[in-house]
Design a protein around this ligand. Structure first.
Ligand code: SF4
Ligand code: SF4
Length: 284
């Protein structure tokens, strides 16, 4: 690990890294490994890193976070968190819509992190970022993106957001949410419109409830995340890179005679994975 850190410092042309993340931790064994504690202790003492971080958005995220917090293994956490993962959003606003929050326990563990003075950064805050679909609903000068960001800030559980911005106009649009600590009245109808429009087709990253339903072991959530980067974020290169890095891409889906994959939220998994492979498989 130290060799890898030294390589990063060389490539970044810096002497230290502020937050060194153990990235995409979705298996608690990654945190059980005593090498993480030993390595971060040595790297911190050597002045090569300032704070220890852990990131994740998989199905076992809460378990990983609990262990890391209970054993003082992190100073900062980076987690997938949006209105679709907040039980409070569904309880308050979506009665009768037959929708439930995934990772019901995530707010609890974020509160625990807060009490321990651990920094919290949220990612995946746009719940899939189908921004263009939302333009017709954006009236009165309030945009969906700022509404989604404000929801995250309104929980009081997050210090900052990390959001993809590759166009200048996105900077202007997203900055509208900066400094807010509560939602505006116009925000909630936009979030509900998004949920009604996309709740049945947008993967709820972080649940992985479909993992064992594919006999070909296609990593469904990861395949759909790569599709999201390419289509919804408009970042084709990131989508292709994410897809190409998968140990098992969705090639099997194209010829799958009798799909067994199933999503408890009703997503049409087979057609979504086939679409992802058609879009991204050429370069994998
Ligand atoms: S496809 Fe459904 S079950 Fe699978 S990760 Fe997405 S929301 Fe969860
Ligand atoms: S279509 Fe077949 S191969 Fe693809 S995820 Fe579903 S069950 Fe697995």
């Amino acid at each position: 690990m130290m060799r890898s850190l030294d390589g990063s410092l060389r490539r970044l042309r810096t002497d230290w890294i502020d937050v060194y993340f153990n990235h995409a931790v979705n298996d608690p064994h990654r945190m059980y490994n005593p090498e993480w504690r030993e390595f971060t202790l040595r790297a911190t003492e050597a002045g090569k890193i300032r704070w220890r971080g852990m990131s994740g958005h998989g199905g076992r995220l809460v378990e990983c976070l609990d262990y890391a917090l209970d054993n003082d293994l992190v100073d900062v956490i980076l987690v997938g968190f949006n209105f679709g993962q907040d039980p409070a959003f569904y309880q308050r606003y979506t009665r009768g819509m037959d929708l439930v929050a995934i990772q019901q326990d995530l707010p609890r563990v974020l509160r625990k992190a807060r009490k321990q003075d651990v920094g919290i950064v949220a990612m995946k805050t746009l719940r899939g970022a189908k921004l263009n679909d939302m333009r017709p609903f954006e009236t009165g000068g309030v945009g969906f993106a700022e509404a989604a960001f404000r929801w995250v800030f309104s929980t009081g559980l997050v210090d900052s957001l990390i959001v993809t911005m590759n166009k200048r106009k996105q900077v202007d649009e997203y900055l509208a949410a900066s400094g807010w600590t509560a939602s505006r009245a116009a925000d909630i109808p936009l979030l509900l419109a998004y949920e009604e429009r996309h709740g049945a087709t947008q993967c709820r990253y972080g649940c992985n409830a479909c993992t064992d339903t594919c006999s070909a072991a296609v990593p469904i959530a990861e395949v759909l995340r790569a599709r999201m980067y390419a289509e919804d974020y408009g970042d084709a290169a990131l989508g292709r890179e994410t897809y190409a890095a998968l140990a098992q891409p969705a090639a099997a889906c194209a010829e799958c005679p009798a799909p067994t994959c199933a999503c408890p939220f009703g997503l049409p998994v087979a057609s979504l994975t086939r679409r992802a492979h058609g879009l991204l498989g050429r370069n994998s």
